[in-house]
Design a protein around this ligand. Structure first.
Ligand code: CTP
Length: 404
């Protein structure tokens, strides 16, 4: 069966180029289903796309009230990828704000497939801080952008905002599509969030992990076709994996039980959780009451889950995280060796703009086979992509026969 690309067309003058995009996608054996915004439908007749694709063009949410099915939900199920080209500032703004007032913007919210967006607009609109903020927001949610180029614009001005060439848009689409199955057949375990170590029934030790890095990793693995298990500490984030594939835990000991249970069944383990290294020696059964004196607590080490997995003879690919506040590379290298990991991802948690609690991160990656590099400051979803590209490199090397 052909893969289905849903092509969203909004009302930029460059929308005539969407016809060429349809043709190029069809040449690559993809089925194209067009959704237009009502304004795009005023610039060009939907019949043109209907003729090109041989399929009804969706434009109006309530066009056929007699049809019982909910078309945007049906479409969302069949979609392998959602491409929006051209995407106006208005559509991008609505996506970023979650406004769903026509078929196209409603479909964006209903779609779970990868999203590729090719903006086209006047230069001032494109460079406006609000538009750039909207683009960053969508990027951090995993959307890919094929950024506009410089050139003559429909308004007569020269500048940024010109729709990228159809060939470039189609290339990016194919690349994003190829990723949707690059981890097919792989089982991935991701841990995320902090742990809580009880002092008494009302108090606990925890840390500043928000869980966002781990959840972004789980989301990326799902979008690459892997079967993903998530062991999560207490965080409030939407769960990106199947409900029966998520285990919620509180303490490091509970995380250990859950991870060791699943580790034998998976191919890749990514320990993104900020597991507490220490816990109170005992959790008091009753609340500790204040007295005149200071309270001294004794802390003991928690089991190092990752190190335990690293000691297994033939275990899954192991990826660990390192939260460092100094000598990042040296500390990360030591962690890679001590815990016998395939890859370590180190972040500088002393910087306020990235890492804990932020949507962004900037990491130092070191692999067992000698690769090491630092990323730019990127959204956690983009960091996840970089990490999985490395993991796929490790898998490819494991599969290929050793060179004599
Ligand atoms: N980890 C683990 N079990 C623990 C503690 C940590 O599996 N009890 C994992 C984390 O999920 C992470 C990596 O080990 O992948 C972090 O190692 P850790 O030694 O805790 O590093 P830091 O948090 O950087 O702590 P330190 O500064 O003590 O090195």
């Amino acid at each position: 069966m052909k893969k289905s690309v849903i092509l969203g067309v909004s009302s930029s003058i460059s929308l005539y180029k969407a016809c060429e995009i349809v043709r190029l996608l069809q040449k690559r054996d993809l089925q194209v289903q067009v959704i237009m915004t009502p304004n795009a439908g005023k610039l060009i007749s939907p019949r043109l796309f209907q003729a090109l694709t041989g399929r009804e063009v969706f434009l109006d949410m309530f066009a056929d009230a007699s049809v019982e099915r909910v078309a945007h939900i049906d479409l969302a199920r069949e979609a392998a990828l959602f491409l929006v080209a051209p995407a106006t500032a208005n559509v991008i703004g609505k996506f970023a704000a979650g406004i769903a007032d026509d078929f196209l913007t409603t479909f964006y919210l209903a779609a779970t497939c990868p999203v590729v967006i090719a903006p086209a607009m006047n230069e001032n609109m494109y460079l406006h801080g609000q538009t750039q903020e909207n683009i960053d927001k969508l990027k951090s949610r995993g959307a890919r952008f094929v950024l506009p180029g410089r050139g003559r614009l429909a308004c007569g001005d020269e500048g940024w905002g010109r729709l990228a060439p159809p060939e470039e848009i189609v290339e990016a689409t194919l690349e994003a599509l190829s990723r949707t199955s690059s981890l097919k057949g792989q089982r991935v375990l991701v841990t995320a969030g902090p742990t809580r170590e009880a002092v008494d029934p009302v108090r606990y030790f925890t840390n500043r992990s928000s869980g966002r890095m781990g959840y972004a990793l789980a989301e990326e693995a799902v979008s690459r076709g892997a079967e993903v298990f998530l062991v999560s500490g207490p965080v409030s984030l939407p769960v990106p994996v199947k409900q029966n594939h998520v285990r919620r835990i509180d303490t490091a000991a509970e995380m250990e039980t859950a991870v060791l249970e699943l580790a034998g069944e998976v191919d890749i383990v990514i320990m993104a959780a900020a597991v507490a290294g220490f816990r109170p020696a005992r959790a008091e059964e009753n609340k500790i009451k204040k007295t005149g004196a200071d309270l001294k607590l004794s802390l003991v080490r928690t089991p190092d889950i990752l190190a335990a997995l690293g000691r297994r003879a033939r275990g899954p690919i192991l990826v660990g995280f390192a939260a460092e506040t100094g000598r990042i590379e040296d500390n990360a290298r030591a962690k890679l060796q001590d815990k016998n990991l395939d890859m370590v991802v180190a972040n500088d948690v002393s910087r306020p703009d990235v890492g804990f609690g932020s949507d962004f991160n900037r990491v130092f990656v070191i692999t067992r086979n000698g690769r090491s590099f630092q990323t730019e400051k990127m959204s956690k979803r983009e960091i996840s992509r970089v990490i999985f590209n490395e993991i796929e490199g490790i898998i490819a090397r494991e599969k290929s026969p050793p060179t004599p």
